[in-house]
Write a protein that binds this ligand. Sequence first.
Ligand code: SF4
Ligand code: SF4
Length: 159
Amino acid sequence: MTDAGRHPKITLHTMSEVVDVQGYVGNFDVKILRRARYVNEKECTACGDCAKACPVVRPDEFNAGLSSRKAIYTPFPQAVPSAYVININECLGHNPSVCAKCLNACEKGCINFHMSDEEIKERVGSIVVATGLEPYDPTELDEYGYTRFENVPALSLNV
Ligand code: SF4
Ligand code: SF4
């Protein structure tokens, strides 16, 4: 992902999903919904000062809940771009007066609660579908002891 992020001929749309595709092979019009990051990704240095100040603690999905993260965080090491993001559903409020601890902690002034989702249009010739994966709840796989042993974590993956 880092190489893709640096490649001059690749545009990465992170925090985005394809919402509509029209056209035909060689000539597709694609609509992409880019979710708001609430952090200026060009200015953020990933110093982590905001996360230290954030009072909201949640399980870290990247580590299958074995560790924790804050409501403002980096999704995983080497994430591209190297910038923090706010999970707005976990944050104590859009309105900075509700909490604003991250705002006050960020000396670079990267945090912006006025960002909103935006729609992007791209014209492309080909589309490659890569579905990715989601964690699988292994509760039913009792033969591995998930329900019996505390130190057998939920790391099964649906591909
Ligand atoms: S948002 Fe600000 S405080 Fe948080 S990691 Fe980026 S530069 Fe550091
Ligand atoms: S405003 Fe939201 S993200 Fe920022 S410190 Fe408070 S709870 Fe955390």
